[in-house]
Each structure stands twice: as structure tokens, then as C-alpha cells.
Design a protein around this ligand. Structure first.
Ligand SMILES: [Zn+2]
Length: 93
């Protein structure tokens, strides 16, 4: 079985996830929060394989940390990620 590395968006620690389990709910081994299903996954150099290996469609939210419009929209994107859990992935750049 092959594994992918995925950084937890909550505690920033790296988790190894079996590729066949990527589209399910996976908990962080460090903080126990859900890191794949129903959350916005930040695309980082070592997360790219985890996101592109998903069999689910991926919605990518391109945003800027200094943009007030992007900050206003982020809670809505997070809500979309929760509501569409299991149907598609939501990632951010
Ligand atoms: Zn964590």
C-alpha cells in the first residue's frame, strides 16, 4: 500500500495516510481532529500528492491572507466543505 503525507491544518503536524483511505474521514494522529473529510485542506508542497490523489472532485479556493474579501469568504468556504463532506474535497491555496 502506498501512503501520502498530509499536514494537519489545525496543529501543522504531518500524518501518513494510506492512499485508499484518503477519501474517508481521517483523524490527525496528534490532535485527533478530522483532517480530510469536511475541512478545507491547505495545499502545501507535501500535501499536493494527498490532494491530487483524491478520487473525489476537488474545489480549490485561491485566496490571499491580506485580502479582506477573501477573509470574509473563508467561513463560507469552510461551511461548504462541511456540507459537501464525502462528495468532494475542498482545498485552499
Ligand atoms: Zn492535528
Amino acid at each position: 500500500m502506498s501512503r501520502v503525507s498530509l499536514e494537519c491544518p489545525f496543529c501543522a503536524k504531518t500524518n501518513q495516510i494510506e492512499l485508499h483511505q484518503l477519501d474517508g474521514a481521517n483523524q490527525c494522529n496528534h490532535c485527533n481532529k478530522n483532517i480530510t473529510d469536511g475541512c478545507v485542506m491547505p495545499i502545501l508542497p507535501h500535501n499536493v500528492n494527498a490532494i491530487t490523489s483524491s478520487k473525489l472532485p476537488v474545489l480549490i479556493y485561491f485566496w490571499g491572507a491580506n485580502c479582506s474579501n477573501c477573509k470574509v469568504l473563508m467561513p463560507i468556504i469552510e461551511q461548504v466543505a462541511k456540507q459537501c463532506s464525502g462528495k468532494y474535497r475542498v482545498a485552499s491555496v
